[in-house]
Structures are given as C-alpha cells and as structure tokens.
Ligand binder design. Structure first.
Ligand code: SF4
Length: 139
C-alpha cells in the first residue's frame, strides 16, 4: 500500500505492490544476480535514488487471479515450532495457516478491499492440516 510514499522513507529500498506471492520470489532472484528489480511488475524500488513504480499495463500491479493452491506450504521444517505458542492456549507448538487472501467486504476506506481474493481448496487445506499434525505435532 502507498508504494511511492513508503519508498520515500530513506531506509526502504523495495516494496511489493499488492500481494507479493508472485513478485517476492522474482525480487529475491533479482537480488541474487538474476536481473533488475525495477523490471519486475508489481514492484517499486529506488534506482539511483529515484523512486520507480512498475505497474502492469493495466495499472493493477500483481492484481492477478490468485491460484492459491499452487503455492507450497510454508517451510515449517526450518522453524523451531516449539517456540511458537498462543497465550490463550495451554498447548505448546502452534502454527499459522492461511486459507484465504484478501477480504470479501468492500469497505470504501480500505486498500485491502481493492486486492484480489483467493481461497484454497478443501483438499489443499486438509493436506496441510494433516502435515502440521502428523509431521510437526501441532494439534
Ligand atoms: S476494513 Fe478492509 S479488511 Fe476490514 S472488512 Fe473492510 S474491506 Fe475487509
């Protein structure tokens, strides 16, 4: 949200506009030597100190239809899940799973309302819940 204003902060060099599921991997590849960040659609950055906003031709940066099922589950094996817990639960080991993106409401003051929505399928959510329970002991 507010990419130009955000990039005017001296400590911020790159922003993803809207959902970052597609653009963030491209940014990481570019930073790893794979190209120019300012060429990535849906990204804002600074080039020689100047703010560059790269929107799609329609102006809707990365406002593509989300195929949420195509994204892999989070790499929970890289985390120490025992460190995550909820103060409202007596159980240790907690994780977070997203089943939707965006918001179905259309409040006219909210930038999230303009972003595309996506939902995961039941089988996809069930598979992640099963993995979380069986592999990581979260229950
Ligand atoms: S304020 Fe935004 S996120 Fe909250 S219900 Fe309205 S549109 Fe959805």
């Amino acid at each position: 949200m507010y990419p130009r204003e955000t990039l005017e902060h001296p400590e911020i060099d790159i922003v993803a506009i809207g959902h970052a599921h597609h653009s963030l991997p491209l940014v990481l590849d570019a930073l790893d030597g794979g190209g120019a960040v300012d060429a990535i659609e849906g990204v804002g950055c600074k080039v020689d100190g100047e703010v560059v906003i790269n929107l799609s031709p329609t102006g809707n940066a990365r406002r593509v239809c989300l195929d949420f099922d195509s994204f892999p589950s989070p790499a929970r094996h890289l985390l120490d899940n025992e460190l995550h817990y909820s103060f409202i639960s007596q159980k240790q080991s907690l994780t977070i799973a997203r089943t939707t993106l965006g918001c179905p409401c259309g409040c006219n003051f909210c930038a999230i309302a303009a972003l595309p929505r996506g939902s995961r399928g039941v089988e996809n959510v069930t598979a992640e819940a099963t993995e979380v329970y069986e592999r990581f002991g979260v229950c």
